[in-house]
Design a protein around this ligand. Structure first.
Ligand code: HEM
Length: 173
């Protein structure tokens, strides 16, 4: 997970797939790293700073509404975009420090492998980034304040998407 720099410690919530057969009532697959004191004193994760899962749900809904109307990207995606929305939102919440919702249903992300069936050239990458950038610009912190994303968090997310999108290009144009 990326950090905000310098003295930024993180409350680590990690999934334990090999230990998933927990008794009912236990915290399935979730452990908190560090002593209780460390956890209590840890600065918040990006996930917490943006207001939790509903931030990522809104971001992904904006993004997929644009994909739905995009002639370059729409043909790559399945007819029903609801499962795709849930997968991307779960993945992003988990990536930025939230509970491992994605891995609980999908296992290890293996994003490059999972994108191989789709022809992703530079045109697809640019269309994807255009919609995600617009979604980031429109995004509001999900804490009722109506505020835009703080500049450092927007920059962290933009850089992450920009690098990941390049990494997922799997065809020459
Ligand atoms: C570069 C342009 C990209 C294109 C054209 C693209 C396209 C797709 C398509 C067609 C799917 C299948 C829809 C589904 O079943 O969910 C998919 C899934 C997914 N994409 Fe992308 N994607 C791109 C970049 C990214 C980036 C940058 C990320 C993450 C930062 C990402 C994360 C995901 C995730 C988490 C899934 C669901 C994987 C699964 O569990 O099956 N994608 N993408």
């Amino acid at each position: 997970m990326p950090g905000l720099g310098g003295d930024f410690y993180r409350l680590l919530i990690v999934s334990e797939p090999e230990n998933s057969k927990n008794d009912e009532g236990s915290l399935a697959g979730v452990t908190v790293a560090g002593s209780l004191q460390e956890v209590m004193e840890a600065p918040p994760t990006v996930y917490e700073l943006v207001g939790g899962q509903s931030f990522f749900d809104d971001l992904v809904n904006r993004f997929y509404d644009a994909v739905e109307a995009d002639p370059v990207l729409r043909p790559l995606y399945p007819g029903d975009l609801r499962p795709s929305r849930a997968r991307l939102a779960g993945f992003l919440g988990q990536y930025w420090g939230g509970p491992p919702l994605y891995s609980q249903t999908r296992g290890h992300p293996r994003l490059r492998l999972r994108h191989m069936p789709f022809a992703i050239g530079w045109a697809e990458r640019e269309a994807w980034m255009r919609h995600m950038t617009a979604a980031l610009d429109a995004a509001r912190v999900a804490n009722g304040s109506g505020r835009r994303l703080p500049t450092e968090i927007r920059a962290l997310m933009f850089d992450y998407f920009d690098n990941a999108a390049t990494f997922l290009v799997n065809r020459g144009d």
